[in-house]
Design a protein around this ligand. Structure first.
Ligand code: SF4
Length: 337
């Protein structure tokens, strides 16, 4: 069994899109071969901003599980679990909150971004901030430390997110004079920036994404709406791949082998953007077809998905139980039966 543990999670806020695939899942499929991998559907985190409308969270847990399994996250290699099924994480959150100085959570730079999710109106959003939301960095730390994870996948710009957890580890180990929790280190991942069809960063809340579970017809319609070279007015005008906002960067991700051909056809006006985007849609649909087929099969068998989640929940719980038993002892608490 690999020695190092890696942990990552996603909030169940809807079906996943290509940005999730290239930004995270593609790497997870590699990690599960090299590390003890813990992948969590973090439903308590979803509640920190969705507590007013929690109805969709259960359904979204299923949707995310289907997406993960369809792309190849393997329940025999990785531990796939639902955060709220592992109550030890909540207890660890509570215990860690006892040693976390108030100003550490208040200075968290990502808190502002989280507050924005509560309401588009800034002052309304402020009114909706809860104790749970302010404490989310402690919960995130509990997610990591319950599994004594050594590595957390992050992009180059997200390293600071981990600093909070590392600070708590140092505080805990120092306070109780132990060398118990390992400091989680960033596992930097190469993540190509995937633009949505409007040229902005792909995100489900922007309505510009291509979902893994979209139909082929939906995908074609979305690709046809992609912003291309805004200076190209007529089909007979030569295009500029360097000004092409979405399709050309997508060719760079999905079809590197034909990009020189596309460039030549574009810049000599041999093809128009409609034709070029239709071909791109076919390439994306070819790529997603096996994922979608697997997803549809699994979606027809909800019992199987439930079993997979329960299997992962049990594995996660077994590990976290041991952690909590030791943490209670370190903190001078009794392990009550
Ligand atoms: Fe972009 Fe293709 Fe149009 Fe060229 S032909 S501008 S690469 S969509």
């Amino acid at each position: 069994m690999p020695e190092k543990r890696i942990m990552s999670g996603m909030r169940p806020t809807g079906r996943l899109h290509l940005g999730h695939y290239f930004g995270a899942l593609m790497n997870w499929i590699e990690f599960q071969n090299s590390y003890q991998s813990y992948f969590a559907i973090v439903d308590w985190h979803a509640l920190t901003t969705k507590y007013q409308n929690p109805q969709e969270i259960s359904q979204n847990i299923r949707e995310i599980a289907l997406d993960w399994l369809a792309v190849g996250v393997d329940p025999e290699k990785a531990t796939i679990y639902v955060q709220s099924a592992v109550k030890e994480i909540a207890e660890l959150h509570l215990l860690l909150s006892m040693i976390t100085p108030q100003n550490w959570v208040e200075r968290e730079p990502t808190l502002k971004d989280m507050v924005k999710m509560l309401d588009a109106n800034e002052s309304e959003a402020e009114k909706k901030v809860t104790y749970g939301l302010i404490g989310y960095p402690v919960l995130m730390t509990a997610d990591i430390l319950a599994f004594k994870a050594n590595l957390i996948p992050v992009g180059k710009d997200q390293e600071s997110h981990l600093e909070f957890a590392r600070d708590i580890v140092r505080k805990f180990n120092g306070l109780y004079n132990v060398d118990y929790f390992p400091e989680p280190n960033p596992k930097f991942t190469a993540t190509p920036l995937l633009k949505g069809i409007d040229g902005q960063k792909m995100g489900k809340s922007y309505g510009n994404d291509i979902k893994l579970a979209d139909t082929e017809a939906d995908t074609l319609n979305k690709v046809k709406k992609m912003i291309t070279d805004r200076t190209r007015i007529a089909k007979t005008d030569p295009g500029h791949t360097d000004l092409c906002e979405v399709p050309w960067p997508m060719y760079n991700i999905f079809a590197k082998d034909i990009k020189e051909k596309v460039k030549e056809e574009c810049e000599s006006a041999k093809i128009g953007c409609v034709e070029c985007k239709t071909r791109l849609a076919e390439i994306i649909n070819d790529f997603l077809r096996p994922i979608r087929e697997k997803r549809n099969k699994l979606a027809d068998n909800p019992k199987r998905v439930q079993e997979i989640l329960e299997y992962g929940n049990n594995k996660a719980r077994a590990f976290a139980k041991e952690t909590l038993s030791e943490v209670r002892e370190i903190m001078g608490l009794q392990n009550w039966q």
